[in-house]
Design a protein around this ligand. Structure first.
Ligand code: HEC
Length: 143
């Protein structure tokens, strides 16, 4: 490969790595499988009701802690009041460590005093591809 070819290949790699982090693209079909783990606590789709956690219809674009009638932890609610909105990036960053994410969000907003207690979401999803896929699945239930 010529030198310029190498440089080009390297910049394409860099570009794709950058955009992968900015806009997680997942596979909704695989995401339906991943969502089975969430179903222990969250319902989605027609007739979804509150289980242990709030329903996940229209999650993308929803302010954290605002599903009507759900009794959220003070931590989850405070993050929403401080401006946390669920979108592809925030859900992606939240899932590996919900508690840590909410606390960091509040601390970064200058509300460290509210970054106490813990979320009721006692579940972590760390695998990157699983997170991308489950988000693609959630998107199919959001307007
Ligand atoms: C063991 C039960 C449980 C599992 C499994 C679970 N969750 Fe949760 N989740 C909760 C609870 C309870 C809350 C409410 C958190 C609070 O009030 O602090 C929640 C909150 C959330 C929120 C914030 C909702 C809001 O309205 O602010 C998101 C996003 C979320 N869960 C996504 C998921 C996804 C995606 C999965 C599967 C990968 C999942 N959860 C699996 C129990 C669970």
């Amino acid at each position: 490969m010529s030198r310029s070819g190498l440089v080009l290949a390297a910049s394409v790699l860099l570009l794709s790595a950058g955009s992968a982090a900015a806009q997680p693209a997942g596979n909704a079909e695989n995401g339906a499988e991943v969502f089975k783990k969430c179903r222990a606590c969250h319902m989605i789709g027609e007739g979804a009701r509150t289980l242990i956690g709030p329903p996940q219809n229209n999650l993308i674009g929803r302010t954290a802690g605002t599903f009507p009638g759900f009794s959220y932890s003070a931590l989850n609610k405070a993050a929403g009041e401080a401006g946390l909105v669920w979108n592809e990036q925030t859900i992606f960053d939240y899932l590996p460590d919900p508690n840590g994410y909410l606390k960091k969000f509040l601390t970064d907003k200058g509300k460290a005093d509210q970054a106490t207690g813990s979320t009721k979401m006692a579940f972590k999803l760390s695998d990157e591809q699983d997170r991308r896929d489950v988000i693609a699945y959630l998107k199919t239930f959001s307007k």
